[in-house]
Design a binder for this molecule. Structure first.
Ligand code: A4P
Ligand code: MG
Length: 246
C-alpha cells in the first residue's frame, strides 16, 4: 500500500475453538497488500451478550490502515471470518470469529450492507474495553464522544432501569439498589412489544439517564428485554447483581 490510506478500527470476537490462536491467524491474514495492522489490543474474556450467544467470549480490537473502500474492507473481513469457519446462521449466535468494522476513518455510512460506525459499539463493554487500549482519544463522528468517554460512561451511576408496561414497580430489596440504581415504571408506548403480550413487560437499562447526543439512528437503551411479569423481579435482581454487585 502507498502512504496514506484510511485508518479503520475493527472489533474481534469469538467463543468457539481456539479463539486466541484464531485471532493471531486472522490478524496475519488482514495484514496484506491493501491493509496494514497498526495496533492490537490485549484479549479480553467477556460475558456473552444475547440468549443464543453461547459460552464466554474473547474480544479484542485492532487498528489498521487501508486503501480498500468500505465495502471492500467488509468483503475482506467477511472472507477472513469464512476462512475460520464462521457459519452465518444464528444472529448473535456462537462463532469462532466475528470481525466488525467499528470505524472507517471519520466516515458515517448507512447502507443495507454496512453501518459505520458500528451501531452497537458505543454502549458495549466488550467492544469499548479493548478499543480504549488502542484508540482512547478517537472521536465518534456521530455523537462527538471519545472512546475513553464512552467507556467511562458505562460506569456512571445510578444505573437507570425502566420497566415499561407495569403499573407498579416490583419490590427490589434496597441492598440491590442502594443509590446505585434507579428504577422507573413507564406506561406502555403505542409501539411496545408488550401490546400483543399483556403478560409481558419490557425492561430497559440505561447506563446513564442522559444518553450521548443521538443522531436519531440509535436506540437509546443499553439493554432491552421482554420478560414475563412473573419473572421481572428476578431479572432486575440479576441485572443489578451483575452490574453493581449485591
Ligand atoms: N454489517 C453492517 N454493518 C456492519 C459493520 N460495521 N461491521 C452487516 C460488520 N458487519 C456489518 O453480521 C450481519 C451483517 O451485518 C453482515 O452481513 C454485514 O453486512 P454478522 O457478523 O453476519 O452477524 P452477527 O454478528 O450475528 O450480527 P451483528 O448484529 O453484527 O452482531 P454483533 O454486533 O457482531 O454482535 N457477546 C460478547 N461478549 N462478545 C461478542 O463479541 N458478539 C455478538 C454479535 C453477540 N454477543 C457477543 C458478541
Ligand atoms: Mg458481526
Amino acid at each position: 500500500m502507498e502512504h496514506g490510506g484510511i485508518t479503520c478500527l475493527i472489533g474481534l470476537g469469538g467463543n468457539t475453538g481456539p479463539v486466541e490462536d484464531t485471532f493471531v491467524a486472522a490478524i496475519q491474514r488482514l495484514n496484506c497488500e491493501n491493509c496494514q495492522i497498526t495496533a492490537l489490543s490485549r484479549n479480553f474474556r467477556t460475558a456473552p451478550m444475547g440468549p443464543d450467544a453461547g459460552g464466554r467470549f474473547t474480544n479484542a480490537a485492532a487498528s489498521l490502515n487501508t486503501d480498500l473502500s468500505p465495502l471492500k474492507m467488509l468483503d475482506l473481513l467477511q472472507q477472513v471470518e469464512d476462512d475460520f469457519g464462521r457459519v452465518h446462521n444464528i444472529h448473535w449466535g456462537s462463532r469462532p470469529l466475528d470481525l466488525d468494522l467499528l470505524f472507517y476513518g471519520r466516515q458515517v455510512i448507512h447502507t443495507p450492507r454496512l453501518t459505520v460506525p458500528h451501531p452497537g459499539l458505543w454502549y458495549r463493554r466488550f467492544v469499548l474495553d479493548p478499543l480504549v487500549e488502542i484508540a482512547a482519544d478517537w472521536k465518534h463522528p456521530e455523537n462527538g464522544h471519545s472512546i475513553a468517554q464512552l467507556r467511562t460512561r458505562l460506569d456512571q451511576r445510578p444505573l437507570v432501569i425502566d420497566v415499561e408496561g407495569l403499573d407498579t414497580l416490583p419490590v427490589i430489596p434496597p441492598r440491590y439498589t442502594n443509590g446505585l440504581a434507579k428504577l422507573r415504571t413507564i406506561p406502555a408506548g403505542p409501539d411496545a412489544n408488550t401490546a400483543d403480550q399483556p403478560s409481558f413487560c419490557e425492561v430497559r437499562v440505561y447506563n446513564d439517564g442522559e444518553q450521548p447526543q443521538q443522531s436519531g439512528k440509535y436506540e437509546t437503551h443499553d439493554f432491552r428485554i421482554d420478560v414475563s411479569r412473573a419473572n421481572v423481579t428476578a431479572l432486575i435482581e440479576a441485572l443489578l447483581t451483575a452490574a453493581i454487585g449485591s
